[in-house]
Write a protein that binds this ligand. Structure first.
Ligand SMILES: [Zn+2]
Length: 241
């Protein structure tokens, strides 16, 4: 949740700084970036006029711009001395879930894009992207083979090999695969934020299963006769395509 400090700067999670907390400053090189003020009621107060400033800000980390609405004290509106409260701020990232260090870059990027979709309330897109993360993880770990014809069988095989637990298998099916399939294959329907929250959470857990202790997982899947991406030579890859 964005907060405004006594200096008049906004502290918020910045989408340009990978969701890290950053300070958005209202001035740069000694000059204010700009603002416009209005006296209004709706939607900020039902009963009395209030002075609202709409202000430009800039992330001190990455330079990305932001816009804030700030309610000012009525009598005099000197900024920042007379700030009453921050009404809203845009853009603001939500917390990004941590991923294991060994997670391949392409999978991390897919996961982060799913999070960005969710932050922007594109819940159907987000659900499809989380399903895609699971799909890619299984591909990279040697489960995308002719004998396992769909994602359902691939998840079951990963559980049978002991890479993911039975409980996790159930969640991966119910909360990620089925939801993603609904988006990709069924008639349009609204997907709720809480549904995507579950997909988000369990996709992260599956990534932890595969990449937290990579050496142990590699041993398991090699013993099960799988061919993870680590064992695929560039000639093999050419054969596949
Ligand atoms: Zn930033």
């Amino acid at each position: 949740m964005a907060e405004i400090n006594k200096l008049g700067n906004v502290v918020a999670r910045c989408p340009g700084c990978d969701g890290g907390k950053s300070t958005f400053e209202y001035s740069a090189e000694g000059r204010q970036l700009g603002s416009t003020a209005v006296v209004t009621r709706k939607p900020y107060s039902q009963y009395e006029d209030c002075d609202v400033q709409f202000r430009l800000f800039r992330c001190a980390g990455c330079g990305r711009g932001g816009l804030g609405a700030i309610r000012m004290m009525k009598t005099h509106s000197t900024y920042p001395a007379d700030i009453w409260q921050l009404l809203w701020f845009y853009p603001e990232a939500k917390a990004r879930l941590p991923l294991p260090k060994e997670t391949p870059k392409g999978i991390v990027m897919e996961f982060r894009e799913a999070e960005i979709c969710k932050e922007n309330e594109c819940f159907r897109a987000s659900a499809a992207m989380f399903r895609s993360v699971i799909d890619k993880v299984l591909r990279q770990n040697g489960y995308k083979i002719r004998q396992l014809k769909n994602l359902k069988e691939q998840i079951d095989a990963a559980a049978a090999d002991g890479v993911i637990t039975e409980a996790r298998k159930r969640k991966a099916h119910e909360d990620v695969r089925v939801l993603g399939n609904d988006v990709l294959h069924d008639e349009w329907r609204e997907v709720k934020e809480e549904d995507v929250d579950l997909a988000h959470h369990y996709t992260q857990r599956v990534l932890e299963d595969f990449y937290d202790d990579r050496e142990s997982v590699l041993k398991l899947i090699r013993e099960a006769g799988r061919k993870p991406i680590e064992d695929v030579s560039s000639e093999d890859e050419q054969d596949e395509t």
